[in-house]
Design a protein around this ligand. Sequence first.
Ligand SMILES: Cc1ncc(COP(=O)(O)O)c(C=O)c1O
Length: 390
Amino acid sequence: MKPAQRISSIQPYFFAQLGKRITAMRSSGVDVIRMDMGSPDLPPPDAVVEALATSARLPTTHGYTLGSGTGPFRKAAARHYAERFEVELDPGSEVIDLLGSKEGLFILSQVLLNPGDLALVPDPSYSVYAVSAEIAGAEVHLMPLLAENAFLPDLGAIPADIAKRAKILWLNYPNNPTGAIADLDFFARAVEFARKNDILLAHDAPYTEVGFNGYQAPSLLQIDGAKEVAVEFNSLSKAYNMAGWRIGMALGNAEVVGYIETYKSQQDSAVFAPILAAGELAFQTDLDWIVERNRIYQLRRDAVVDGLHTAGLHVQPPQAALYVWVPIPAEETSSLDFCARLLEDTGVSTTPGVVFGKHGEGYLRISLVTELERLQEGTRRIADWVNKRY
Ligand SMILES: Cc1ncc(COP(=O)(O)O)c(C=O)c1O
């Protein structure tokens, strides 16, 4: 059976392949430590799980939620943005619930890009920005995220003709995979750039609630007038440890939110009502819970960073997100090979940087979603292996 052209060059999601290799290794008795994926290992707040159960016990919550069923969640999301970021949003037109933010990222490309259009995509980055553009038949212009620019794109380096053709500019801070952050000055410059070039700014922000040493990430929508040129995607996956629940949202420009809603209404039938109900409650999670959860991640971050130092792998401790971005030894030319050998020899699974784009070559990504002792053990295995070889 011949697939449609639009998917013929699409590769399977990297983690699906890796998962198969790890299952095989485990079934042959290898103690594999997973430090690759970004799926939180800790549970959501108890009250959120209770709210799910309570709502699921009602006889009235099992139908489709399309239409008015999603209203209370959208209101709660708008209230959350007002309280957390002082951003005012109309829940009726400027907020939409999603089956995880990943759904919205994919849909955005489908509703804005025609074949031959162009998307500006950071490199390295989450794969969906580029792949969704390719599936829409659009071109991708990569914006390198380099250590010397603190992993921010150099907007001034985008050629004028490319900026003119571009319809979407993607950003993601706190950043996956680099752990970099962006401040409001950078966001203001990005909004200005988008306005000047008539581009939609798409800010993917699922890590706003994961910060260390008290760091609280801003929203791009805090910039005056941002809503005229931007949408932001956010999610409950990392904020409240609800990755498997599939609940997120797009917020901002009403026209674009409307296009997403129309497309989505043909594609799926919205989030399960009890998950929406639990999601509403998640937004009320008290700050202490978030502070404590982030303290756990911070301990893990420090253990990884310190452990890597003993092998001469010097990394900047990230201030936010769930990842440590590690330069691999200079003599290695392929992060894919390096991580594959590391996995076979030590049983430690990390993500090769090149999976996130060509400017990710020379790095690997370690995720902080494994318990402290296992991360310590994994980092020790990496350090011993590196020390023996380099
Ligand atoms: C940058 C980025 N955006 C979006 C997502 C997807 O999040 P969600 O679970 O809300 O679909 C992830 C998940 O790892 C991510 O790293």
